[in-house]
Write a protein of this length. Structure first.
Length: 111
């Protein structure tokens, strides 16, 4: 795929996005199940190229099992552990607000 993108003179950022999208597609459970069931591999022009090898089928089946195990682990609720709440001290009594006004003297310049 890298060679094809280089031959097409695709920009580096665009190539990175395309490769990421293909990786995401190839990592999906439905795609891995299709590969595990066998069939033909296709090229970028959607032409059949070769059969999926038994090693490829075994790898895809292992990926499907891993995906399903991860989903089952996420679906199981975590055991609830009761943690004692730390004791909070009682609130301090509210103190009255005191406002102190200072007398200000104005000194005028004198003779």
């Amino acid at each position: 795929m890298h060679a094809w993108l280089a031959a097409q003179a695709v920009e580096a950022r665009t190539a990175q996005v395309l490769l990421g999208a293909l990786q995401q597609h190839g990592s999906r459970r439905t795609y891995q199940q299709v590969v595990a069931n066998g069939g033909m591999r296709i090229n970028l022009q959607e032409e059949p190229v070769e059969l999926v090898t038994p090693d490829g089928q075994a790898h895809a089946q292992a990926q499907v099992e891993r995906i399903l195990a991860n989903r089952a682990a996420k679906a199981m609720p975590a055991p609830k552990v009761k943690t004692p709440k730390p004791e909070t001290p009682p609130p301090a009594p509210k103190m009255p607000t005191v406002i102190i006004k200072k007398r200000r003297r104005v000194l005028l310049p004198g003779p």
